[in-house]
Design a binder for this molecule. Structure first.
Ligand code: SAM
Length: 332
């Protein structure tokens, strides 16, 4: 077990165990979004957990108090056993089981994943223009992703959300279009500020603040301050003016960090437990996972959690350390 240097830890009384975890099932991805990675040849980790090791990891996480799991990556649908992983997670009695995907493989997997117990899906989609999509993802096909979204709609998920990272001069003229397109399909749109993580650190002069996004949507959304949903991460939502059942979310990773109260742990594809998205600090737990030691995982989770940065002093993705982090590797 290797404990990397820690930041300022939270006071003991705040150390409730992590309830929400993101598993980066694989660091592989078939796209190279401009704010995430430099190109498709930027290298992958050699060390990876197999299905049995992931099962141990998941048992250990639940033993440590985790109640909500999101599968991410990399691109989680590239993991050859993603349906088996979901099926296993479905047996653990979790409060929530969700997945974040670029949807390139969702057309084929939406129904099997739903049948295996997946409840909610977030699809990342930044533009509705095929040529722009190809450019922003370095080679992706919009029609394939839209086919994946249609398959998910047909499969009857509890909820589908769309995550769009807004980059000035790239897709900021599509804010309204993406919101309307989502609403028309029963999808909840969420607009993300570029965060200074990985390649995003090179685009900080092109951040569109959430306040500006809201102003551009003022004719569509109710006035007032956006609000968070309990146990549902950092997004803040406003409802549509004409329909309280429709809403749009804003994620302010840059202009207003939300580290205070963050209860999220990440598990990287090599089994390293990562208490914060914005640093490479973590605690290696892959050997426990490989040897079937779920109790060892639970103890490692408790140790890793003491490394959670203090949200009063640590400002997440605005910290310099964030630029050295691979979102793909640790699970965005
Ligand atoms: N491959 C999956 C996908 O595309 O949804 C999951 C992994 S991806 C790293 C998770 C999310 O992180 C995506 O919605 C992506 O847009 C977002 N993301 C990656 N780098 C980002 C950055 N620098 N700023 C804001 N969001 C970022």
């Amino acid at each position: 077990m290797v404990a990397l240097p820690i930041l300022k830890t939270r006071p003991d009384e705040e150390l409730a165990p992590p309830r929400s975890v993101r598993l980066s099932l694989t660091d592989r991805c078939d796209l190279a979004c401009i704010y995430c990675r430099p190109d498709k040849r930027d290298g992958y980790r050699n060390e990876r957990l197999d299905l049995d090791a992931w099962k141990t990891m998941m048992r250990g996480l639940v033993a440590a108090g985790v109640r909500r799991v999101r599968l991410t990556g990399g691109e989680p649908l590239l993991h050859p056993e993603v349906v088996d992983v979901v099926r296993f997670l479905g047996t653990l009695g979790l409060d929530d089981l969700a997945l974040t995907t670029n949807a390139t493989r969702l057309a084929r997997l939406a129904t099997p994943l739903r049948a295996a117990g997946l409840r909610r899906i977030n699809v990342s989609l930044d533009t509705l223009d095929p040529e722009r999509f190809r450019r922003m993802t370095r080679g992706g096909r919009l029609d394939v992703v839209q086919g994946g979204i249609e398959a998910a709609r047909a499969a009857g998920y509890d909820e589908i959300k769309l995550n769009a990272v807004v980059v000035r001069g790239e897709n900021d003229d599509e804010i309204e279009g993406l919101v309307r397109w989502s609403w028309e399909r029963g999808i909840v749109p969420r607009l993300l500020e570029v965060m200074g993580v990985g390649e995003g650190a090179k685009l900080l002069d092109r951040v569109v603040p959430a306040s500006e996004m809201r102003a551009r949507l003022a004719h569509l959304v109710a006035s007032g301050e956006p609000t968070r949903e309990p146990d549902r991460g950092p997004a803040k939502y406003l409802v549509a003016r004409h329909d309280p059942n429709k809403r749009v979310g804003f994620i302010t990773g840059t202009t207003d960090t939300y580290c205070k109260g963050c209860d999220r742990l990440r598990v990287a594809s090599d089994g390293v437990l990562r208490p914060c998205l914005a640093t490479n600090d973590g605690l290696a737990a892959g050997s426990f996972a490989r040897s079937g030691d779920a109790e060892g995982i639970a103890r490692a989770v408790a140790d890793a959690w003491t490394m959670k940065p203090d949200g009063d002093v640590w400002k997440g993705c605005t910290e310099e350390a964030a630029a050295d982090v691979s979102m793909r590797g640790i699970g965005g």
